[in-house]
Ligand binder design. Sequence first.
Ligand SMILES: [Zn+2]
Length: 286
Amino acid sequence: MGRHTDPDTLRFIAWLSDKAKALGYASEEEYSIANWYDIDVVWYHPDYENPVFTFEVETRNTNSMFKNTAKIYSTPKSVVKKPWHHFGIVYKGNLSEGNRLALGRDLDYQNFEIFDNIFNNQTALSNFETHLNRLDITQISELVSSFRNNALDTVSSMEYIIHVFGEKTPYVVSDQFVLSLERDSYEQIPSYIEYLRNRVWQINREKDITKKDLDILLASTRVVERVDSNENVLLSMSICPKCGEKVGSRPPIEHYGHPEDPPHSITYVDGCLICDYELNRETISI
Ligand SMILES: [Zn+2]
């Protein structure tokens, strides 16, 4: 049995399920995620693996809104599949300003919206309904999905670059980048990552894509390409792309089980002879 007992709220939940069918989605109530949470209503579309919409309905303004939002957004994505949009609904009366403020981070950074004071309020109900009609996942254009895919690919390349070279401008950039524009853009990588990560899920239609989105995607792609190609050029000359020193084979590292026994394995590393940049690492058992 569900946690809801208020007959009006139950009718509203049933309305959400009917609405799903009318818009071409499958819906499920009291949907169990990862065996220990329920979501009031989940809408699916056969072409998408993740839920399209999830809804948590509170009859009145309570703190449950926090727990219900956290179980969607604060859980690992390997355990809880993230919806395209999540809705928090306070059916009778308004969400308090304090509660709304405390949910601000999710409201700013996720596709999360709050609708309240819907019961006996035809205007609020039709606003909510219009919003659902407008968010049609089947209408996401080729352009929007290619922006999204490019942004996500570029973000993971930038994360890898930061992982290898760190946040401070490495040799590969300071020595090899002739244009000062690109030299500066290396240190912008963390802000590019944050910007694109947020924007990817805020863009639903072509008209949502701004000039700034395109500029930042272009700058990100450019810095990734330049780091990649210059890294290869420097390596072909046995120069470390991270610090500018020599790359070669480091002295092998012997691993001992007991100090008096011979080593049980040896690790061979090719990489910079000065800094932590590595090309290849192999451990061989003897
Ligand atoms: Zn180095």
